[in-house]
Design a protein around this ligand. Structure first.
Ligand code: AMP
Ligand code: MN
Ligand code: MN
Ligand code: MN
Length: 277
C-alpha cells in the first residue's frame, strides 16, 4: 500500500490547505494518508472530508513537540486517535500556547544580528495564528534575501546553537504519551535520523518511549538517507517497533520528499498501519 503517514498543511507550517494536501497525495498515488500538523488537529476534519470524497484512506494525526534531556526536541507522531479526547485537545492547546512568546524571543535574538522585524515578517507566512514556527521565520528570512532557501536559513540562523535559536519547554514525554494512549492512538518516533543524539542516547530514548507505551518508528522518512533507513529498520527489529513511512511533506519545492514518493518499507517489518487496516 502506498501509505504516507506524516505531512503538514497551513494549519501548521505547510504551504497547502488540508484539502489541497489530500488532493496532491491522491494525485501522487497515495492510498492511505495521515495529516500530522505540529501540535494541532484543526485540519483533520477538512482533510478527512477530502480524503473520503477521493476514496483515500485517512488516519487522524498530529506531530507533538516534546522536550527530551538537555534542551533536545523530539517529535512524536500520533496516529489514529480520537480527536475529541479532551486531555489531548487541551494538552495540544497548552503546547501551542507557548509558541507566540517563543517567537517574540526569537525575533529579539534575530534583531541583535541585524534581522529586523522578524516576528511581524514571520506572521505574514502564518496560516494559523496559534501556530507560529521556525519555518515561518525561515520563509521571511529568505524573502529578505539573507539566505537562498529555507534549509540554509536553518543552517545559519535557526538551528540549535545559531543566533535565532531559543530554547523552549515543549510537552514532557510522559504527558504526550499519556494524551496519545488516552485518545486510543499509536505513538511513533518521527524522523529518528534527525536528532543530534549519540546512538547510545538515542537507544536510551527509544527505551523510555517503549516503556511509556510507544509502538512505532519512522523507518522510511523524507529526512532519511539509505544508511539511516537501514539503521532504523534495525532499531525497529531490536525494539519490536512497528514501522512507518513518512514524507514529512511541507510544500512543493520546500521538502525533501513529495507525498507518497518514497521507498517501500523493508518487507520483514510490520507496517504501523496494520494496526488500523
Ligand atoms: P518549530 O516547531 O517551530 O521548532 O519548527 C520546526 C520545523 O522547522 C520542522 O518541523 C521543520 O518543518 C522545520 N525545520 C527544522 N529544521 C530544519 C532544517 N534543517 N531545514 C528545513 N526545515 C527545518
Ligand atoms: Mn515542520
Ligand atoms: Mn518533525
Ligand atoms: Mn513533520
Amino acid at each position: 500500500m502506498n501509505a504516507d503517514l506524516h505531512c503538514h498543511s497551513t494549519v501548521s507550517d505547510g504551504l497547502l490547505a488540508p484539502a489541497a494536501v489530500v488532493r496532491r497525495a491522491h494525485g501522487n498515488g497515495v492510498e492511505l494518508l495521515a495529516l500530522t500538523d505540529h501540535d494541532e488537529i484543526g485540519g483533520l476534519a477538512e482533510a478527512r472530508a477530502a480524503a473520503d470524497a477521493l476514496g483515500v484512506k485517512f488516519l487522524d494525526g498530529t506531530e507533538i513537540s516534546v522536550s527530551w534531556g538537555d534542551d533536545q526536541t523530539v517529535h512524536i507522531v500520533a496516529l489514529g486517535f480520537d480527536p475529541a479526547y479532551v486531555p489531548l485537545v487541551q494538552g495540544l492547546g497548552q503546547v501551542r500556547g507557548g509558541r507566540d512568546s517563543r517567537a517574540m524571543r526569537m525575533a529579539e535574538e534575530l534583531d541583535k544580528v541585524g534581522i529586523h522585524g522578524a516576528y511581524e515578517g514571520a506572521l505574514k507566512y502564518v496560516g494559523n495564528p496559534a501556530l507560529i514556527s521556525r519555518s515561518h521565520f525561515a520563509r521571511y528570512i529568505v524573502e529578505l534575501g539573507h539566505a537562498r532557501d529555507v534549509k540554509s536559513v536553518f543552517d545559519w540562523w535557526l538551528a540549535k546553537g545559531k543566533p535565532g535559536y531559543v530554547s523552549h519547554p515543549w510537552a514532557t514525554f510522559e504527558d504526550a504519551m499519556g494524551w496519545i494512549a488516552g485518545a486510543g492512538g499509536i505513538a511513533v518516533i518521527a524522523h529518528p535520523g534527525r536528532y543530534r543524539l549519540s546512538r547510545a542516547e538515542l537507544h536510551q530514548m527509544f527505551g523510555v518511549f517503549k516503556d511509556l507505551g510507544g509502538r512505532g518508528i519512522e523507518v522510511i522518512s523524507g529526512s532519511h538517507n539509505a544508511e539511516m533507513t537501514s539503521e532504523y529498520a534495525n532499531v525497529a527489529r531490536k525494539f519490536g517497533f512497528l514501522a512507518s513511512r513518512a514524507s514529512d511533506f511541507h510544500g512543493p519545492g520546500e521538502s525533501y520528499a513529495d507525498l507518497g514518493k518514497l521507498p517501500l518499507l523493508p518487507e520483514d517489518l510490520t507496517p504501523v498501519w496494520s494496526e488500523f487496516f
